[in-house]
Ligand binder design. Structure first.
Ligand code: GDP
Length: 354
């Protein structure tokens, strides 16, 4: 699909940056419009892959923010965004909406800018555009203590009610005790970017590519059209052992192909994706709809494998609404399966935050 992507606050902007990096490294063409919005000048300078003219500082004249952030205060985050709506709207004016199928707003719920300004910005986007507006929200870890938990409890409902779908990522589930906080975030952001770009970037390739069972953006929109909370599973297996260089950091989890038949491999891969650590741990069977994207070299894609994986998920989530499609990538060095579980209701972390 063609996407307008907006990062709000520190974590939201870093995630958008990772998405753009992954997209560039894999020659995908998903993020047609990129924008990061922040209240802190220092955070605004962090992204490496977002053009300078696609970064906006808000609240620099606000007496509490003054370009130094909102100090984790959700109310100030919301107030600053409301005060600067004209400036934000002007930045959206550049987004030629016929060029995008949907808009994704990434933000963490545990801070002040993303948590407070995020829902205000989403509200404005919903007023301005007919296209769906999705949220990509980071839930704080329990280990972070009271303030982030309280912030997320306050803003979760706004994010969920204002977006057409809220895709969640739970820092708690992805925390690694072996890494520093900074290293941990970098890894988490890459993991999330890999999943979201592989999922939403499906179907966007040059016209020379022939897909047998191609994913269409309308299938992605249909699956996300539940007004609920979603989680994503992912698994990948190497098809080229020579893979080196920059891409290798996005490939920490794949297994080397064992030469089994294409169909069996795909079926196994999709099952592994569903049973993997999800972006938001949940009971898979509570999902309303599901979507499988299988991305990799055309020679590795098998219609039979995808169909049997689809049937397996259908039984697993107890629903007939399971869509599946290919995403052929001529030069891909891995075969990846992404499974989107839409409108999951049995999610302990969401219940705890609420
Ligand atoms: P804001 O700029 O005021 O919105 O504040 P932040 O985005 O820094 O929000 C703080 C919350 O974001 C905390 O709950 C952190 O757990 C989380 N966070 C900060 N940076 C990252 C990151 O790079 N990745 C992830 N996954 N979470 C982050």
């Amino acid at each position: 699909m063609k996407l307008g992507v907006i990062g709000v606050g520190n974590a939201g902007s870093k995630i958008v940056d990772s998405m753009v990096e992954f997209e560039q490294l894999t020659n995908r063409n998903l993020c047609r419009h990129v924008l990061v919005i922040n209240t802190a000048r220092t955070d605004l300078s962090k992204p490496d892959h977002v053009p300078d003219d696609r970064r906006i500082l808000i609240g620099d004249t606000h007496q509490k923010a003054k370009g130094h952030g909102v100090g984790g205060d959700v109310d100030v985050g919301a107030e600053v965004a409301k005060n600067d709506l004209d400036e934000i709207r002007r930045a959206f004016d550049d987004v030629e909406i016929h060029e995008v199928d949907a808009i994704l707003v990434a933000a963490s719920l545990g801070g002040g800018t993303g948590s407070g300004a995020g829902p205000v910005i989403i509200n404005e986007l919903q007023k301005m555009y007919d296209e769906p507006v999705y949220g990509l929200g980071i839930l704080p870890g329990k280990y972070e203590g009271g303030r982030p938990a309280l912030n997320s409890a306050r803003s979760l409902q706004s994010f969920v009610s204002k977006t057409d779908n809220f895709i969640a990522f739970d820092n708690d589930a992805w925390r690694s005790k072996e890494q520093s906080v900074g290293q941990g975030y970098e890894r988490m952001n890459r993991e999330l970017a890999t999943r979201i770009v592989t999922l939403l970037g499906a179907g966007e390739y040059d016209e020379a590519t022939v897909a047998e069972n191609a994913m269409d953006s309308s299938d992605i929109i249909r699956t996300l059209d539940t007004d609920g909370i979603s989680s994503i599973g992912y698994a990948s297996t190497a098809v080229d052992r020579k893979e080196e260089g920059l891409m290798s950091k996005f490939r920490e989890n794949h297994e080397i192909s064992n030469g089994s038949s294409a169909a069996a491999k795909i079926n196994g891969l999709v099952r592994r994706a569903v049973n993997s650590r999800l972006t938001l741990p949940c009971e898979v069977s509570s999902a309303d709809r599901a979507l499988i994207v299988l991305s990799g070299p055309p020679s590795e894609l098998s219609r039979k494998g995808l169909e049997s994986a689809r049937e397996w998920i259908e039984a697993e989530v107890d629903t007939v609404e399971v869509l599946a499609g290919d995403d052929p990538r001529e030069n891909a060095t891995a075969l990846s399966a992404v499974v989107l579980l839409s409108n999951v209701t049995k999610t302990p972390r969401i219940e705890a935050i609420q």
